[in-house]
Design a protein around this ligand. Structure first.
Ligand code: ATP
Length: 544
């Protein structure tokens, strides 16, 4: 079932289209990254879904509930959309401890939810856990400070995390002090005695509920006439503590709960901010470049944390970034936007391997893709396309799928004639001129089309498709080489002054200006229409 649906969503400021007719379906439990260059409309899109920005037109549905519809005038406020936010400039309260920072939002929750017999659950759990007295003793004994004494705080954290209980329950376990008892027999007897005590406490609580005509089900929820009682209420302290401890465990900040934000590193503060956002258990979590303030190493670490968090929480994540690597590594699907217009919405590897157009091909991938223009293209009888590249080198493209150049040109002609409506819309769009223009890598950086030069297609060659081999058919010269240990990025000069960037596995020591022979590897070389920018075909490229 789709979680979030955007239908024809547009946001205009005057004639400036920040978001232009966006249609998007975000599936439940997916991790979506909104990716694109600065100012392309990512944040605006996120803010519109979250309810922090009002679209000019369109419809937004979250969990089958229409939260915005320009036609019917529906506009559900942000606070009622049950979503969590995490922004770049997360502000922790400086005068509150980490615990209080996370607690604050939870204390303010006051909404309809099932009634939970928290104390009953606590004592039932304790009556079971206490029988594992050997483990409790081990955890306490392991929590030793520098002076060799037992550190109460650490012991309690260890108990909280091991048994996934609240700090109140952990304190009760700690206070039994199994470690102070001498014989195993004594410990066992104590465990049984305490288990009975906890059970009695739970029974008394149950009795109170029963006297009032309620029951408690196996999940600890209060039941009346076989129905879970739902009531508008606040969270109780046990529930709040359990939620805080859970998120603290997830983002690994258990040991900092009593510290103030100023006593934490940037990365630790970031984790607290994430924990605070996650604590109420939002089903949808919006994040706007939440890692951009962190150093490179921590960013990498937090990325894998976020990915794990996504799995652990079963939530839907919508994440804004302009960092393509971040988008690639985190997302189940990337939504790539340029100039307010959706370019492609696909799984990261599909975006990389089958980019919808020149912009996507260029934006995704590091080192960037090589674009090579073709001219004098003709189709041979066997379906292969033959053309010239780098001005005068004869090459052949062998498509993976059947392709008829004549038919393609006719179809394109027809499509271009039908573009009037689109052009009209473009004309009134103030930001129409910001269309993407691909660039060809050349030493003398002339990117203008030479007069009379007929370019029909643009080849897209990923750096890993370039091989330097003894029997390479394309002659070149090493222009630069950047070995990084695991791989080497090599730029070779071909033709008059064109540059091709390749990635060669391993640390190879190439000599600058040395002769190089190049082959194009694999059958995923892309062929784009130069005029429309769209990907038409993929296949093999051969130098004749
Ligand atoms: P960045 O990566 O730099 O944060 P972004 O993709 O998130 O960029 P948005 O913040 O969504 O971009 O902005 C999209 C466009 O809308 C930008 O060109 C911006 O200048 C413009 N814009 C945003 N807010 C307003 C506003 N209140 N009034 C006018 N224009 C705005």
């Amino acid at each position: 079932m789709p979680k979030i649906v955007l239908e024809n969503v547009t946001k205009k400021w005057g004639d400036f289209y920040a978001v232009d007719n966006l249609n998007l379906v975000i599936d439940d439990r997916s991790f979506i990254t909104l990716l694109g260059p600065s100012g392309c409309g990512k944040t605006t899109t996120l803010r519109m879904i979250a309810g922090l920005e009002t679209p000019t037109s369109g419809k937004i549905t979250i969990n089958d509930e229409v939260v915005f519809d320009s036609e019917t005038g529906v506009n559900v406020p942000a606070s009622k959309r049950h979503v969590g936010f995490l922004f770049q400039n997360y502000a922790l309260w400086p005068h509150m401890t980490v615990y209080k920072n996370i607690c604050f939002g939870l204390q303010n929750i006051n909404e309809k939810m099932p009634l939970r017999a928290s104390l009953y659950i606590k004592y039932i759990r304790l009556s079971e856990i206490v029988l594992s007295y050997q483990l409790i003793e081990k955890l306490v004994n392991q929590s030793i400070n520098k002076k060799g004494a037992i550190d109460k705080n650490r012991a309690i954290i260890a108990l909280i995390d091991e048994f996934e209980i609240s700090s109140f329950a952990a304190k009760e376990l700690f206070e039994i002090h199994f470690e102070k008892l001498l014989s195993d027999k004594e410990k066992e007897a104590k465990a049984k005695e305490m288990s009975d005590k906890f059970k009695t406490k739970a029974d008394k609580i149950l009795e109170k509920y029963e006297n009032k005509g309620f029951d408690i089900n196996k999940d600890g929820l209060v039941v009346k006439n076989n129905e879970v009682v739902v009531t508008k209420r606040k969270l109780d302290v046990e529930e709040i503590d359990l939620k805080i401890r859970y998120v603290a465990r997830v983002v690994k900040i258990q040991e900092f709960m009593d510290r103030y934000p100023s006593e934490l590193s940037g990365g630790q503060q970031q984790r607290v901010a994430i924990a605070r956002t996650l604590a109420p258990g939002p089903k949808v979590l919006f994040m706007d470049e939440p890692l951009s303030n962190l150093d490179a190493k921590l960013r990498l670490e937090m990325r894998s944390e976020l990915k794990r968090l996504h799995l652990d929480t079963n939530s839907t994540f919508v994440y804004v970034t302009h960092d393509q690597l971040e988008a690639m590594t985190l997302a189940t699907k990337i939504c790539l936007i340029n100039n307010g217009v959706l370019q492609q919405y696909d799984a990261p590897l599909d975006v990389y391997k089958k980019p919808a157009n020149l912009f996507v091909a260029d934006f995704v991938g590091n080192p960037a893709i090589n674009f090579v223009e073709t001219k004098d293209c003709i189709q041979k009888e066997n379906g292969e396309l033959s053309f010239k590249i780098f001005d005068e080198i004869d090459a052949t493209f062998i498509p993976n799928t059947e392709f008829d150049l004549k038919e393609y040109n006719n179809l394109k002609e027809f499509e271009l004639q039908n573009k009037e409506a689109h052009d009209k819309h473009q004309k009134e769009k103030e930001n129409k001129d910001k269309e993407f223009k691909y660039s060809i890598s050349r030493i003398s950086s002339t990117n203008e089309d030479e007069e009379g030069k007929q370019v029909e297609f643009v080849l897209g060659i990923r750096p890993e498709f370039i091989k330097l081999e003894n029997d390479g058919r394309l002659d070149g010269e090493i222009y630069s080489a950047l070995p990084s240990g695991m791989e080497t990025i090599v730029k070779t000069k071909v033709g008059t002054d064109y540059l091709l960037t390749g990635v060669i596995f391993g640390g190879v020591d190439y000599k600058i200006n040395a002769k190089a022979k190049i082959n194009f590897f694999g059958n995923e070389i892309m062929l784009f229409d130069k005029q429309t920018g769209k990907l038409i075909l993929q296949g093999k490229l051969k130098i004749n």
